[in-house]
Design a protein around this ligand. Structure first.
Ligand SMILES: *Cc1c(COP(=O)(O)O)cnc(C)c1O
Length: 433
């Protein structure tokens, strides 16, 4: 393997794509803007391995950015999709599978009494925010800097000059009149949230947070952080929204809320609950969910919402996750990888800090604690870029950005992890200064 990697087909095809698709990609992070490589185009995947169009093979730790907890082309998921496809791919009418999936979600997460299916995490969050506003009759939303909640207008907002009241759009095309309604606090900063609640007293409809942050790299909540958010929301009559699009069915079957024992009012799900197809959901207290049309005044709809293929893939994925000691296996694989990387780092004199929640983790090149976006930004990004290039050219595929998580799946065997650690050790040797 190794030095023989040739990416000429990908280079050529990415150029061709760029003539008809902006940046040659349909989601920006795929364009490798955060590293010193060109995107590779993927031809196929099987288990924990993917193959690019030049025939290079990789052990995959992206897993389509989270959904593929069973690995690529799991035989049961493929069979379920095939069976569903033969019966027709979409009807725009209710089907049994939607209720079957909803029942599984309600059973998995005690905070969820009712759930509405949508097609992307972005939609799930949009709907959750609209519900929080309708339920409270208020306009403002608190979010945390570095947490990602999809690409809807109101959530593409960054902290301004460090003051909560000065949030600004983080994308062109977002009107200030919309971004103004979002207040940004730092992750793991309770006094900052308290200040926001004081400043906007009686006007905060919802507080949205990734209970374990995974979109600035993995950042764990400080002990008591989520509990304090719960208490503040209770005190101020604000809807607490957990965005578990990544963590739901990932860190535990019941999500991060099961791990930390905190009950949010609304939960956003996505990624794993699509089983590799486009499906997502917003769930929570029946009193809030029943505000949705057709029962209530909150409009929300979707032509392909709850479509049979996604429902089949999702149900099968959840059933496979539920039937064995899956989460123990994922924890074992995750801790094996973490321990192996840490050992390789010690051996080669590289400074790393790994933050991990079960099968998702980030490898930061720093010797300092990482508790928020500022900490992540102060890690050695240049080192990450060399790490990424070394891995890519030696058959290990991780997210092409220092601000993303790495995912282990049930398809990663102890041998796969072992092989990965060997490669990482070799790469560490080559990138140390
Ligand atoms: C991926 C993600 C989203 C957006 O989901 P899409 O399906 O990409 O729209 C929202 N929130 C979190 C926490 C996510 O990880």
């Amino acid at each position: 393997m190794a030095q023989g990697y040739d990416f000429s087909g990908s280079a050529r095809e990415w150029q061709r794509a760029g003539r008809v698709i902006p940046g040659g990609v349909n989601s920006p992070v795929r364009a490798y803007g955060g590293v010193d490589e060109k995107p590779v185009l993927i031809a196929s995947g099987q288990g924990c391995r993917i193959t690019d169009i030049d025939g290079n093979e990789y052990i995959d730790y992206v897993g389509s950015w989270g959904p593929l907890i069973l690995g690529h082309a799991h035989p049961k998921v493929v069979a379920a999709i095939q069976t569903a496809a033969q019966r027709g791919t979409t009807f725009g009418a209710p089907t049994l599978a939607e209720t079957d999936l909803a029942e599984r979600i309600v059973k998995a997460m005690p905070s969820i009494q009712k759930v509405r299916m949508v097609s992307s995490g972005t939609e799930a969050v949009m709907t959750a925010i609209r519900l929080a506003r309708a339920h409270t009759g208020r306009d403002y939303v608190i979010k945390m800097n570095g947490c990602y909640h999809g690409h809807s207008d109101g959530l593409l907002v960054a902290a301004g000059s460090g003051l909560a009241e000065h949030s600004t759009p983080s994308s062109a095309g977002v009107p200030r009149s919309i971004s103004e309604r979002t207040i940004v606090a730092e992750y793991n900063d309770i006094p900052g949230v308290e200040r926001a609640f004081e400043e906007y007293h009686g006007r905060v409809a919802g507080l949205i947070v990734e209970p374990i942050a995974a979109n600035m790299g993995v950042v764990l909540p400080d002990p008591g952080y989520l509990k304090s958010l719960r208490q503040l929301c209770d005190y101020h009559g604000t809807v607490l929204i957990f965005d578990e699009v990544i963590t739901g069915f990932r860190v535990a079957y019941g999500g991060a809320q099961a791990v930390y024992g905190i009950c949010p009012d609304l939960t956003c799900l996505g990624k794993i609950i699509g089983g590799g197809l486009p499906a997502a959901a917003v769930g929570g207290k029946a009193a809030i969910l029943d505000l949705l049309s057709p029962l209530g005044p909150v409009y929300q709809a979707g032509t392909l919402s709850g479509n049979p293929l996604a429902m089949a893939a999702a149900i099968t994925t959840l059933d496979v996750l539920g039937e064995t000691d899956s989460y123990q296996q994922l924890e074992t694989a995750g801790s094996q990888l973490q321990a192996g990387i840490e050992k390789a780092a010690r051996k080669t004199g590289i400074t790393v800090r790994i933050l991990r929640a079960g099968s998702m983790m980030s490898c930061y090149f720093t010797d300092r604690p990482v508790r928020n976006l500022t900490d992540v930004k102060s890690t050695e990004i240049a080192m990450f870029k060399r790490f990424f290039s070394g891995l890519l050219r030696n058959g290990v595929y991780i997210a092409p950005s220092a601000y993303e998580a790495l995912f282990v799946s049930l398809a990663h065997s102890p041998e796969d992890i072992h092989k990965t650690i060997e490669i990482i050790c070799k790469v560490f040797q080559s990138i140390r200064r």
